[in-house]
Ligand binder design. Structure first.
Ligand code: NAD
Length: 324
């Protein structure tokens, strides 16, 4: 008997871009082997499964795995044979293995390099990557204007900014001409342990930008295999998350499913970007979304996990250079 057709994954509008993105987005940093080994075959199979299950947003960066993520994603997208207008690719500029450079010259060169690695003619979204490590005034006065010129060439369709401290978004959006930044990508601020992005949502909506929230599993803290060695969280956050993972394991619950569902509940967030490196993870994360839509989430376990994480609620870590 043929497999039943998969339940459809919700599409949500991305701010004023006119794009409709799948509520679960494919974070491709694991394809750069930043969370452990991934074979080319596994990358191709994961992207193929993502398409089959309705994922249409793929996010990468030249920084992930020192350009490996872009190469692996490009190869897997090509192998999928899916027409280019059926999916949305976002990549980034300004952050590289060698360091940060948000100059107009570097980001203009960067897109050509990314397009070559991705084997694409254009990307849908080009984002300034982790802008708290640069001068925010340079982002406003030099980087965004350079990206606006790239828009005119057709190499990019929309412009975004990403980073950890939430204040960077208001700083930039208050200073750029309306409509010049289309998308913001925030990470590690809308998951069970930290939902501080929530307070900023009304402001971001008032600016008309599309909102992408990344790292629903807190970059591995809310997984049974735990965070990678480089994870920047302070010890008390790591330890509380370990307790939450152990609690769920004992109760026979999957903490990653709970965390995915938590992040998907706020519909002002257009897409939740989760890093995936195998078919099983793609299937589990999409199933978490379709199950949430049909039966809701396990409120009892959520309350129990929230109680365990309460002492570290919204605890984060320093990122970037101090802005004057
Ligand atoms: P994440 O919270 O999505 O966690 C990823 C980890 O969880 C990986 O080890 C992955 O293999 C594992 N995982 C995924 N699904 C799982 C499941 N069902 N069960 C158990 N483990 C599972 O963190 P992330 O990958 O850092 O974030 C997602 C994506 O968002 C990135 O790949 C990247 O594209 C983007 N991102 C961007 C920025 C930025 O622009 N500054 C920062 C962080 C993330």
């Amino acid at each position: 008997m043929a497999a039943p057709p998969p339940a459809s994954l919700e599409l949500r509008p991305l701010g004023g871009t006119g794009l409709k993105v799948s509520c679960v987005g494919f974070g491709a940093s694991p394809l750069g082997r930043v969370f452990g080994p991934v074979s080319e075959d596994e990358a191709v199979a994961s992207v193929r499964e993502a398409f089959r299950l309705g994922i249409n947003l793929f996010d990468t960066s030249p920084y992930y795995g020192g350009t490996l993520s872009e190469k692996m994603l490009g190869m897997a997208l090509k192998a999928s044979g899916v027409p280019r207008d059926q999916y949305i690719v976002s990549t980034k500029c300004g952050r590289y293995k060698e360091g940060f450079d948000f100059s107009a010259e570097r980001v203009t060169r960067s897109i050509d390099e990314s397009l070559e690695r991705l084997q694409l003619d254009y990307v849908d979204i080009l984002q300034c990557h982790d802008i708290e490590f640069g001068s925010l005034d340079q982002i406003v006065n030099e980087t965004i204007p350079a990206l606006l010129k790239l828009k005119e060439t057709g190499k990019i369709r929309f412009i975004g900014i990403t980073g950890l401290p939430l204040g960077i978004f208001t700083y930039v959006l208050d200073r750029v001409p309306p409509g010049s930044v289309d998308v913001v990508l925030s990470y590690c601020h809308f998951s069970i342990n930290d939902n501080s992005l929530e307070d900023l949502l009304p402001y971001l909506k008032s600016k008309g930008v599309g909102i992408i929230s990344a790292s629903p599993l807190a970059m591995g803290l809310l997984t049974e295999s735990g965070p990678p060695e480089w994870h920047p969280a302070p010890p008390e956050l790591k330890s509380a998350c370990q307790d939450a993972v152990a609690f769920c394991q004992k109760k026979g619950k999957n903490i990653s499913k709970l965390a995915m569902q938590y992040s998907l509940t706020n519909k002002d967030i257009s897409s939740v970007l989760v890093g995936m490196n195998c078919v099983k993870q793609v299937e589990e994360n999409v199933a978490a979304a379709t199950e949430l839509a049909s039966t809701g989430m396990d409120q009892e376990t959520l309350a129990e996990v929230e109680a365990i994480l309460k002492p570290v609620k919204n605890l984060t870590w320093p990122s970037g250079i101090q802005q004057s």
